[in-house]
Design a protein around this ligand. Structure first.
Ligand code: ZN
Length: 319
């Protein structure tokens, strides 16, 4: 029962199951929605359901076809995935060639194009031609969290399926039950990652939980703020540090506005947060949030980062 693995996407899954039951899956599909909420997982479960030897509208996860897809070894399932690079015309030419053949051993060929917004203009036009007359034995699934960057003509040739951000409590539950993440850390990750299970899973084995407390203690709450706590030599780390600081002040802001304690990102430090919420006026919090967003902008402009961090420390420090 493999669609059960897809959590928090009842609507998208039930639409797909409907298509499966009516045997009307063909042409192009576009899965959109935030990153890390199960779009790719769903496309692979769909590939299994379509080709499962048990043929019951879902994946048995046991037959040779299901197992080959799980292990990325099925000759009829093609995944084009580029994290940083563009999807080029050659990638789509390969698809064009391949889609002309009948399935080798499965019932339906599936071409999954992850991060489809990375298609170049040339590749998009080539793909458009395929989408105009897709062979009945194939299915093309485009996945994107930035569908606005896709050619409109491509989107209009696809059936669009929207995936939504997961509930934080759902993510927390998955982290605790399936990945044995400790309760406090699971809470932090679930709230920090704003509904993206993929991001939470990527962060769970990093030192983000201890790091966030270092940023709070040494950069925001220390009498002598340490800019080293934001790793000034590494832009990505600085950005992540600024983001952590922003979530800390977000918590104070919302606590002031009366949010429930359980909704705080830094639930592990709820008492300090409610203490600050009592003494810091909104005007000061607005000023701090403004300084944080400016710092992100300046960081992009290759300004002297150490100087930037000294100034930031001066304007957001709470001691
Ligand atoms: Zn199967």
């Amino acid at each position: 029962m493999s669609f059960e693995k897809v959590i928090g996407q009842k609507k998208a899954v039930s639409i797909l199951k409907g298509y499966l039951e009516n045997n009307c899956l063909e042409g192009g599909y576009l899965f959109t929605g935030p990153g890390g909420v199960g779009k790719k997982l769903t496309s692979l479960e769909l590939a299994k359901a379509l080709n499962c030897q048990q043929d019951f509208g879902d994946a048995c996860d046991n037959c040779i076809s299901c197992r080959k897809i799980t292990n990325a070894q099925h000759p009829d399932i093609h995944v084009i995935a580029k994290e940083d690079d563009e999807i080029k015309i050659e990638d789509i030419r390969n698809l064009q060639r391949e889609i002309g053949f009948r399935p080798y051993e499965g019932k339906k060929k599936l071409f999954i194009i992850d991060n489809a917004h990375k298609l170049t203009a040339e590749a998009s036009n080539a793909l458009l031609k395929v989408l105009e007359e897709p062979p009945k034995s194939s299915l093309i699934v485009l996945i994107s969290d930035k569908p606005a960057l896709l050619l409109r003509t491509i989107v209009s040739r696809c059936k669009v399926l929207k995936f939504s951000a997961l509930l934080r409590e759902e993510i927390k539950g998955i982290l605790e039950d399936e990945y044995s993440v400790e309760k406090g850390q699971a809470h932090f990750l679930a709230y920090f990652c704003e509904g993206s299970l993929g991001r939470a899973l990527r962060l769970k084995d990093t030192d983000i939980f201890s790091r966030k407390n270092i940023v709070i203690d040494k950069f925001i709450l220390s009498e002598k703020p340490s800019i080293e706590s934001l790793s000034p030599q590494n832009k990505a780390e600085i950005l992540s540090g600024i983001n952590i600081a922003a979530t800390w002040f977000r918590d104070i802001y919302l606590s002031k506005a009366g949010i429930r304690e359980s909704e705080l990102i830094h639930y592990d430090r709820r008492q300090e947060i409610s203490g600050f919420a009592e003494v810091l006026p909104y005007a000061r919090l607005n000023q701090i949030i403004d300084s944080l967003s400016k710092a992100v902008l300046y960081l992009d402009q290759n300004i002297n980062t150490r100087l930037l961090l000294y100034e930031l420390a001066g304007s957001i420090n709470l001691r």
